[in-house]
Write a protein that binds this ligand. Structure first.
Ligand code: ZN
Length: 305
């Protein structure tokens, strides 16, 4: 059973700009500083709530000189973050103070991060996630609760629709708003599907675009079942990858968006960090710990807000 969204991973430019925006402006907690396991000279930064609970996580591969991408067909074109009902006023003021231009849709504010990544803050009723992100200047009653939804833009909706509502178990909401949800939770579990229209350009990977969206499963056994079922259904599914904080498989949905299925355990304390120290120090996998000095010397120093 897929129980919701696990995380969204995007490409970014300058890592300090990324920290300033997500840990500063948006008041998320930087729960993990590590490196891109496939490119150890660069960071992989994870943000979320106080513990980086599944469903609250945004992760970034920041490359200082990354070429700017363009959100478009074959990608996640919007990521919505949930805020409590009544919190839009606080965020309206905060984004203004921080110099972030936004479009005001009442209970939803849309804007981009410094690299152009499309984001929304949207008031969601009944989102009971704690929002214990801990930013000193974002009072808990206004804090971001986690990911609410992602919007997929695809050339032809029907094959993606079939995957979502067939194999993956999503239900379409009866409101006619095009919202698909999965799992028993009432939040952090929604997908919107947008069929490209005349004038919608194909996505171009680069800074300011989503790399993939990950969905949650409770454990390795559930993941193995998905791996087998999706393979049987004709998808090219990756082997299980140990991402240290969760285990992952990847496959491309028919519209071209990269999907991941990630396990809830072991979580961000798996490397020995504690809930108090999460994100404060660069964490390396065991196989790179011996190269810590060289890696640290190569990475730009980050200042946390
Ligand atoms: Zn991922």
């Amino acid at each position: 059973m897929i129980t919701g969204i696990h995380h969204v991973t995007a490409i970014a430019g300058d890592p300090q700009t990324n920290v300033n925006f997500y840990a500063g402006t948006l008041g998320l907690r930087l729960v993990k500083q590590t490196i891109n396991y496939d490119d150890p000279g660069t960071y992989h930064l994870y943000y979320g709530d106080g513990l980086g609970r599944p469903g609250t996580i945004l992760t970034f591969f920041p490359w200082k000189n990354a070429r700017r991408g363009r959100a478009g067909t074959g990608q996640v074109v919007a990521t919505a973050l949930s805020i409590p009902v009544g919190a839009a006023d606080f965020w309206r003021e905060r984004l203004t103070t921080k110099g972030v231009a936004f479009d005001d849709h009442g209970t939803t504010l849309s804007f981009t991060d410094g690299d152009g990544l499309p984001l929304l803050l949207t008031e969601v009723a009944g989102d009971t996630r704690p929002g214990d992100n801990g930013a000193a200047d974002v009072p808990g009653q206004y804090a971001i609760r986690g990911v609410d939804s992602v919007t997929l833009q695809v050339g032809t909706a029907s094959p993606t629709l079939e995957l979502l509502t067939g194999q993956m178990g999503f239900d379409i909401s009866t409101d006619g708003d095009g919202r698909f949800t999965v799992g028993a939770d009432t939040s952090g579990n929604a997908v919107y599907l947008h069929e490209a229209e005349e004038g919608d350009a194909p996505g171009l990977s680069g800074a300011g675009t989503v790399h993939h969206v990950a969905f949650r499963v409770p454990d390795d056994a559930a993941q193995a079942t998905w791996q087998a079922e999706l393979t049987t259904a004709g998808y090219h599914v990756s082997p299980v990858m140990d991402r240290q904080y969760f285990h992952s498989i990847y496959y491309r949905e028919p519209g071209g968006v990269l999907f991941e299925i990630a396990t809830d355990p072991p979580g961000f304390v798996a490397d020995g960090e504690t809930p108090e120290t999460l994100g404060k120090r660069l964490q390396l996998p065991d196989w790179l710990e011996g190269k810590r000095d060289a890696i640290e010397a190569h990475l730009p120093k980050l200042t946390l807000p």
